[in-house]
Design a protein. Sequence first.
Length: 119
Amino acid sequence: MSRILIASDSADLRGKVATAVGAPISAIAGTALPAGPPQLFQRLGAGAPIPQVVVIDTAAGPDDALALSSRLAAECPGMAVVLVTDQPDTLALSALRAGACDVVHPEATCRACAACARR
């Protein structure tokens, strides 16, 4: 199983990330993002490996995505967080301050997604 987790309701986005990395990914869907890492990892199920990369879709709410990114950065050092937003120019600085290592548009090409996954 891949060590990449995507938190998104978008099947298209989940498929694009899986195609970009060339492997299955772990995914959680739901209308609300988890409040923090424990709740996020609990949704993966018992025995699931802790991800190395977490991709967070901001469609459910940019403030919640930024808060989760900040908690992941503080509580899980070394874990890469990528935010997906249709407003990258608006959210990029806030995302980086919240510990995200990259911000991509949901219409980004598979090549751009793969580059983010390798960083």
